[in-house]
Write a protein that binds this ligand. Structure first.
Ligand SMILES: Nc1ncnc2c1ncn2[C@@H]1O[C@H](COP(=O)(O)OP(=O)(O)OP(=O)(O)O)[C@@H](O)[C@H]1O
Ligand SMILES: [Mg+2]
Length: 283
């Protein structure tokens, strides 16, 4: 991240500020939301899951790690950008959750053209220079694909957990599986599958499985992790994202909001991952 847009010039990590998520100073559970391909609903799941956790009383931060294709500020309706205090970046809050995104530092219509090392740096700054406070969860909206950000996460966030979002059809499942294998290779534990766009319910109560069925359950079985939740296809979810009022807060009685609350409870129920770092293993 260039410091463009942030008052105060150079940000702190150049002076060696430690990353609280790696040093153990932060007790937050770091939850990466990933998928092999774009458009399956990672960002929608991330923001709604964050709000469902917050509704249950958890303190939550959302880090939009989709540096090129940021969408979290708009989805959360986060209008004000971050402020600086004592050389640290204070993340704005939207609907009670803290948010940080590259979207706060570039104009909406400007492309972000960066090489891998700069992405790596940006992520580091979002972790070390942002005052996340005493959050219990840091949710990370990962960019589509399997590349640089996962690599950075494995270095900066040694205790992070990864959840894979897929749609129900077999093709999506296979792509999602590749991203899960990549995470595992990087030593990031994949802890669950979230199926999105699972079905559509008509007003008369009939369920249509528009994108097929079973992809989430099958992927979960192949990865030997639980299918943590299924989120239905609901127009209100898309509308909520477009309006900056996610369905969990905009239409809390809806089927989708209920699905996210149940997902949030399953995530809490899973508990923290036990981290087995290669370098700590006794040989
Ligand atoms: N369950 C759902 N019901 C209705 N619309 C949905 C649902 N999930 C996602 N959408 C819509 O589908 C589109 C893509 O979702 P989203 O942006 O969350 O996906 P993504 O995986 O983050 O995409 P990208 O890879 O581009 O970052 C959005 O317009 C969103 O509102
Ligand atoms: Mg996205």
């Amino acid at each position: 991240m260039s410091t463009h847009g942030t008052p105060g010039g150079r940000l702190g990590h150049e002076e060696g500020r430690p990353n609280p998520f790696a040093s153990g100073e932060s007790r937050a559970r770091v939850v990466g939301v990933s998928s092999g391909k774009g458009g399956v609903g990672k960002s929608s799941v991330t923001v709604n899951l964050a709000l469902a956790l917050a509704a249950d009383g958890h303190k939550v931060g959302v880090l939009d790690a989709d540096v090129y294709g940021f969408s979290v500020p708009a989805m959360l309706g986060a209008q004000a950008g971050p402020e600086m205090a004592d050389g640290r970046v204070l993340p704005p809050e939207a609907h009670g959750v803290k948010v940080m995104s590259m979207g706060f530092f570039v104009e909406d219509d400007q492309p972000v053209i960066w090489r891998g090392p700069m992405l790596h740096k940006a992520l580091e700054q979002f972790l070390a220079d942002v005052d996340w406070g005493d959050i219990g969860f840091l949710l990370i909206d990962m960019p589509p694909g399997t590349g640089d950000i996962a690599l950075s996460m494995s270095q900066y966030l040694p205790a992070s957990e990864v959840y894979v979002v897929t749609t129900p059809q077999p093709a999506a499942r296979r792509v999602a599986q590749r991203s899960a294998y990549m995470a595992r290779k990087l030593n990031l534990p994949v802890r669950g599958v979230i199926e999105n766009m699972s079905w559509f319910t008509t007003p008369d109560g009939t369920r249509y499985e528009i994108f097929g069925q079973g992809g989430g359950a099958q992927l979960a079985e192949e990865l030997n992790v639980p299918l943590l939740g299924q989120v239905p296809l609901v127009p209100a979810l898309r509308e909520g994202g477009d309006r900056g009022l996610p369905v969990v807060v905009g239409e809390p009685e809806s089927e989708a909001a209920e699905a996210f609350r149940s997902l949030a409870r399953s995530l809490v129920g899973l508990g923290r991952a036990r981290v087995v770092r290669e370098e700590l293993r006794i040989r």
